[in-house]
Design a binder for this molecule. Structure first.
Ligand SMILES: *[C@@H]1O[C@H](CO)[C@@H](O)[C@H](O)[C@H]1NC(C)=O
Ligand SMILES: *[C@@H]1O[C@H](CO)[C@@H](O)[C@H](O)[C@H]1NC(C)=O
Ligand SMILES: *[C@@H]1O[C@H](CO)[C@@H](O)[C@H](O)[C@H]1NC(C)=O
Length: 434
């Protein structure tokens, strides 16, 4: 790394990239946290509802940021025929139901548009959208799962993720300069329905105080905490990847493919021995609780070189993509070597909820670390880049991380870029730490 211009040592950064770039710097050892929730309460008149009718729906919808789409889909029995809406939670449920239903509809509509792509760029952006719509439907479905009721914060997190996905789909067409034809065909009201749901779900006390204990967030399970703190975590590997043939697999891709066939979704540790692995890896939504354990920064290296300059979308340029929830990375370096002249070129993209990266390095130029969505924790990591190199919509904590700004092609460094598109996205974030 010969081209460093600036180094920032973070002792503790809580940032929610879409609320504010580097919202706060806090020294964990010496500072008391004061969380100031800047949430504006909606004081709602409780509408007495003796039965469901259009007038009541209109009144509820009047409290949302997009009353037209709310009315259109709710005050119209074709889309909504649910229980009587008496109180706000009933209304949120109704919104969720209709939002999920419309998202599924939009997903199949988008899928059907494939043959209309007129060139490679439209096809590249459309491919991302298919995946993003799928993830949106999955996340929305998680918010209504009767077997695993989610709390208000999770609901807000997942709704934010769903909205981020749709925005990422749109951005893909825009960045490739092909937003004129396909995007209008994909037109739907799902984003405004999600925004409405975010707004109506928003009320509640202060966000959970997640990031204070023992160096890891409180949501890290005891077994995972042990793995993270263990001095010999490799002894707990389920499988071993080694280029010299001494493990179960020679490539990480093979180990991931095998992990996809495992039964259950418990913690699954893939130990990747030292070596430079030229692979583009994706850990998909169905692959939960995977751990990639390396031999350390600069020893176990995953490297790729896709970039927007080379015809990929930012979304698809990442060397390592993680969307399965509960991911842990420890002791690995992830690189994108496309170079500063090739514009956006991501090393890691993570949308893994409750993910941890410990003692990892992310090395790239523009857009190195794509913290796409959900809740993520980085500790003792190194992040290298030139422009916007930590960016997008997740609720992220960087603790004891080194942020290295490399020499940019045109002498301007920007460390973070937020991707917020809705003021109410993510309840975890609107807080100040002093
Ligand atoms: C979106 O909602 C508007 C009402 O706000 C409605 O007129 C329009 O038909 C809807 N579009 C789609 C594609 O459903
Ligand atoms: C939603 O999740 C349930 C399981 O929790 C599953 O059976 C159902 O098929 C899912 N629906 C969609 C639309 O993904
Ligand atoms: C520097 O590069 C960034 C990213 O490519 C670009 O947005 C910006 O306009 C450039 N600035 C100058 C002065 O060329």
């Amino acid at each position: 790394m010969q081209t460093l211009t600036t180094t920032t040592k973070t002792s503790f950064i809580y940032t929610n990239l879409f609320v504010n770039n580097f919202h706060c710097f806090v020294d964990q050892m010496t500072t008391t946290f004061t969380f100031i929730a800047t949430l504006v309460s909606f004081l709602l008149p409780l509408v007495a509802a003796y039965g469901y009718n259009d007038l009541e729906i209109t009144s509820w919808c009047g409290q949302t940021p997009h009353p037209e789409s709310c009315n259109y889909f709710l005050a119209n029995n074709q889309y909504y025929s649910g229980p009587v809406i008496k109180q706000k939670p009933d209304f949120v449920k109704a919104l969720l139901k209709v939002t999920l239903e419309r998202a599924q509809h939009a997903e199949s509509n988008t899928r059907g548009l494939g043959p209309k792509c007129r060139n490679k760029l439209e096809k590249a952006a459309w491919d991302d959208c298919i995946e993003l719509y799928e993830h949106t439907v999955e996340r929305l479905n998680m918010t209504v799962d009767p077997h695993k009721p989610c709390n208000q914060y999770e609901m807000q997190t997942w709704l934010s993720t769903a909205l981020t996905n749709l925005e990422t789909c749109r951005a893909g067409f825009q960045e490739l300069g092909v937003d004129g034809y396909m995007l209008p065909l994909m037109n739907n009201n799902v984003s405004s329905l999600i925004s409405n749901t975010l707004a109506m779900n928003k009320e509640g006390g202060s966000p959970p105080d997640n990031y204070q204990k023992g160096g890891f967030p409180t949501w890290v399970k005891p077994g995972d905490r042990k793995l993270l703190q263990s001095s010999n975590p490799a002894s707990q590997a389920n499988v071993v990847v080694a280029q010299d043939g001494s493990g179960n697999y020679k490539t990480i891709g093979e180990a991931i493919a095998a992990a996809a066939k495992r039964s259950g979704s418990g913690r699954y540790v893939i130990y990747v021995k030292a070596g430079t692995y030229k692979e583009n890896i994706e850990i998909g939504t169905k692959l939960k609780n995977i751990m990639l354990l390396g031999d350390g920064i600069g020893k176990t290296i995953i490297t790729g070189s896709k970039s927007v300059g080379g015809g990929a979308t930012t979304f698809n340029s990442a060397t390592l993509i993680v969307v399965g929830d509960g991911f842990i990375g420890r002791g690995i370096t992830v690189r994108n070597t496309a170079g500063p002249q090739n514009h956006q070129a991501v090393a890691l993209r993570s949308g893994s909820d409750l993910s941890v990266f410990y003692q990892c390095s992310f090395e790239g130029y523009q857009d190195t670390l794509y913290v796409h969505s959900n809740r993520q924790f980085y500790r003792e990591c190194d992040i290298y880049g030139t422009v916007d190199f930590i960016f997008d919509n997740a609720a992220v904590v960087f603790q004891n991380c080194n942020i290295y700004a490399r020499n940019p092609p045109n002498k301007t460094n920007t460390v973070t870029a937020q991707g917020r598109i809705d003021l109410l996205m993510q309840i975890l974030c609107p807080m100040l730490v002093e």
